[in-house]
Ligand binder design. Structure first.
Ligand SMILES: [Zn+2]
Length: 410
């Protein structure tokens, strides 16, 4: 048992029983002069610091040295398990070639597919484990991990097995079957490929209990809304909860499908219609925004976060989209900065969006995303005097200490 003392501010970001939206997205439940008591994996008490000695004499102390204390970050959209690297494409993009053009030339996702099919499960595990450890360094204590670089039974299984094995290091991982990420070269049409996934891959993935969610890249020129409907509804039969890559590059009516199938979240949403966003609100679909991807693709437009938060009152989560192609960046603090700069979210909103709302977007809200009695002791000590510093002092890693389920990692 131990207590964290001398925090400049503690951001509790309490769970209100549903993902935060509208004005609640600016409420951090900030307290000062308080201490957090941790026993084994859990937070067991939060009390004024002056009462600590009486109630818990001789308790071990961790000194926050007048730094900020906040919940561990919850990254609800990553592609962390992959083979190979796409640094050559970065170089191509830097010389002005468009992402979709690289995709059409057989680069893009297909090149990661080729590399992921080739790599052994053992090597895939070792490289992914290193990435997961790097996420801890950047304060990410719970994470969603997608497949989608296999696009065949064997490799999708390999990716998901690796993602599940990573739970030995971090139990707060959720896994997503994203077989419908891209059509592999060996299939002629997207519809044929969806048939294959539904008949040959999905049943095995589901039987082996390898995934919590099912996801699809629903986008003009990739999978259609009809493909998405068919595939996600099939996944639901096996108990998988839908998520979507929705309207990322063009208006593709994917956000509409998210509402229709009862998705937990629709992600990206740059080109979603206002009507579709309103319908997401009615159907409790979380809007997960991934601005670091747009930043990396040097896009000029960003999702309309102000419209979502102020008018539609959609709960907004922010995630990294960590992947080898469009966003090779695991630093959610940088994502927060980009969200403030280009989507005009406030510092408080970006923190809510990467903690409690991120936890909701993964179904981990019971244990993660806030500093409350009974929850996991997933806590960060941040080298900053106040919460505004998180997006303000950008391009650095401000994490001083990471506590994961009560274990002090660094
Ligand atoms: Zn993605």
């Amino acid at each position: 048992m131990y207590a964290i003392v001398n925090a400049s501010e503690i951001l509790q970001i309490k769970d209100n029983g549903k993902p935060r939206s509208g004005k609640e997205m600016s409420e951090l439940n900030l307290i000062t002069d308080h201490t957090i008591v941790i026993d084994k994996e859990k937070i067991i008490d939060i009390l004024p610091e002056k009462e600590l000695k009486n109630k818990y004499p001789n308790i071990k102390l961790i000194d926050a040295q007048y730094n900020l204390v906040m919940p561990g970050l919850c990254d609800s959209h990553t592609h962390l398990v992959f083979g190979g690297s796409r640094h050559v494409e970065f170089e191509m993009r830097a010389s002005g070639i468009d992402y979709m053009e690289i995709h059409r030339k057989g680069g893009g996702i297909q090149s990661s597919v080729n590399a992921t099919r080739k790599i052994s499960e053992e090597k895939l595990y070792r490289t992914s484990l290193k990435r997961l450890k790097d996420l801890f360094k950047y304060g990410t204590t719970s994470v969603e991990i997608k497949s989608g670089y296999g696009l065949d039974l064997e490799t999708e299984m390999k990716q998901l097995k690796v993602a599940n094995k990573l739970k030995d290091l971090n139990p707060d991982i959720k896994t997503t079957f994203l077989g419908a990420h891209s059509k592999p070269e060996e299939f002629d049409t997207h519809t044929e490929f969806i048939e294959y996934l539904n008949k040959k891959v999905l049943p095995v993935i589901a039987d082996e209990g390898l995934a919590d969610f099912i996801d699809i890249f629903c986008e003009k020129g990739v999978f259609s809304p009809d493909d998405a409907r068919k595939h996600l509804n099939e996944g639901k039969k096996y108990g998988l909860i839908p998520k979507l890559h929705a309207d990322e590059l063009a208006y593709s009516k994917a956000a509409e499908v998210a509402s229709e199938v009862g998705a937990i979240s629709a992600d990206h949403l740059l080109c979603a219609s206002e009507d579709a966003l309103s319908s997401m609100k009615e159907n409790n679909v979380i809007a997960t925004l991934l601005p670091a991807t747009l930043y990396n693709l040097a896009k000029k437009e960003y999702p309309k976060a102000r419209l979502m938060i102020d008018s539609i009152k959609l709960p907004v989560a922010l995630a990294s989209d960590f992947n080898p192609g469009s966003c090779y960046c695991e630093n959610l603090f940088l994502t927060m900065h980009i969200a403030c700069q280009y989507m005009k979210m406030t510092p408080a909103e970006v923190i809510v969006a990467t903690t409690i709302n991120g936890a909701y977007a993964m179904g981990l809200e019971k244990d993660c995303g806030s500093i409350q009695i009974g929850k996991n002791a997933d806590i960060l000590i941040i080298d900053a005097p106040n919460y505004q510093y998180l997006p303000y002092h950008f391009g650095i890693n401000p994490v001083k200490k990471v506590i994961k389920r009560g274990v002090v990692l660094q």
